[in-house]
Write a protein that binds this ligand. Structure first.
Ligand code: FMN
Length: 347
């Protein structure tokens, strides 16, 4: 699909109108909100849970392209899709066109609706391998990877990156424009530089320079944790939509809530009381089922910790839940940990 086909469908002033939708290829992002890729977090069970509230593009955690193609244990699972996936993007990372293109082909064959390219990860083990945000330092090379992926697949290709490498290299507008020119159909900008890692605050206003440089849809990302921050990010950046990561931890309904408040999509049925315990128990069991007991226990503890943060679970009980090995014990403890006696649950 040509960029011009896309641009007819969206608006730079989406905060002011109720129903906004833009197609990324055959996928309609309606309303324009996405779950941020988070390594070790946005796995299939969590994406399925967030999706169950009804809105958003679900972006998989980063999948290392070469390792995936070479079938390194544990890597393919990160790209695993549900059978009924509509709005799922698989995010690929890498530094060699040959692996990026082949990985893109493989995940598209398995049903990914969108391929997202990671040019934002700041982790040293990624940037030392010249992947992730390190690609911002070598834009010509980055462009060759993007071109290779775009020509390898028929599904739309999107790009997620940061404002630049550091304050002296704020080249996201240029990189995004060039990426668009070789066929990228949506760009997400995390409003920090690589050298900021996660420190300070996301600079949503700086994202507006990318908005001015491209025509394809743009998502603003970074420190969006509720409807007010989503509105503020949209206004400051002029982006078409938002991507939310950490704000949705322990609150898988957050995207749907924000979308309802801003774009008028149906309000999510936010679980309370025993329904909330039921949701958490099912998520827990899905994680164990997906990873098996050993890894499943480790992954599930992160989510349980966030659910208990919301519930303000007392520390002794929290420790019991997070150190229990037998799933039956965790499931037994959950009603008290989440509902407790006379404790209010914050949705
Ligand atoms: C634990 C963790 C893992 C992350 N993994 C990825 C990743 O795999 N790919 C990526 O592009 N960004 C990754 N990010 C960055 C997020 O997608 C997002 O850009 C960042 O957290 C800012 O958004 P937020 O404030 O809404 O969380 C990760 C962030 C965190 C906290």
């Amino acid at each position: 699909m040509e960029h011009t086909d896309l641009s007819a469908y969206f608006t730079h002033t989406c905060t002011r109108i109720k129903q906004v939708s833009f197609p990324i290829g055959t996928t309609h992002l309606e309303p324009p909100i996405a779950l941020a890729p988070m390594a070790g977090i946005t796995d299939r069970p969590y994406r399925d849970l967030v999706r169950s509230f009804g809105v958003g593009l679900m972006v998989s955690e980063m999948v290392a392209s070469q390792e995936m193609v070479q079938a390194k244990p544990g890597v393919r699972e990160r790209a695993e899709l549900s059978a009924d996936v509509e709005n799922t993007a698989v995010q690929l990372a890498g530094r060699e066109a040959i692996w990026m293109a082949e990985a893109a082909r493989q995940v598209a064959d398995r049903g990914a609706k969108v391929i997202d390219i990671n040019m934002g990860c700041p982790a040293k083990k990624v940037t030392n391998g010249f992947s992730g945000s390190a690609l911002l330092k070598t834009p010509d090379h980055a462009l060759s990877l993007i071109e290779a992926v775009v020509s390898a697949v028929d599904v739309p290709v999107t790009l997620k990156t940061r404002l630049g490498w550091d304050d002296n290299c704020l080249n996201a507008p240029d990189v995004a424009r060039r990426a668009q020119d070789v066929g990228v159909q949506m760009v997400t900008i995390h409003g920090r530089t690589r050298c900021q890692f996660y420190k300070g605050s996301a600079d949503w206003r700086a994202i507006s320079e990318v908005r001015a440089a491209i025509d394809v849809p743009l998502l603003a990302n970074g420190d969006i944790v509720d409807t007010d921050t989503a509105r503020a990010a949209l206004t400051a950046s002029g982006a078409n939509g938002v991507m939310i990561g950490r704000g949705a931890q322990g609150k898988p309904w957050l995207l749907a809530q924000v979308a309802h408040d801003i774009w008028g999509s149906p309000a999510p049925d936010v679980p309370e009381g025993s329904d909330l315990v039921d949701m958490i128990s099912k998520h827990y069991e899905a994680v164990l089922g997906f990873y098996g007991l050993d890894l499943g226990l480790r992954v599930s503890r992160k989510h349980l910790g966030w659910y208990m943060d919301q519930a303000q679970t007392p520390s002794v009980l929290r420790r019991q839940v997070l150190t229990a090995i037998a799933p039956a014990e965790v499931l037994d403890l959950l009603p008290e940990a989440i509902l407790g006696a006379n404790r209010e649950i914050t949705a």
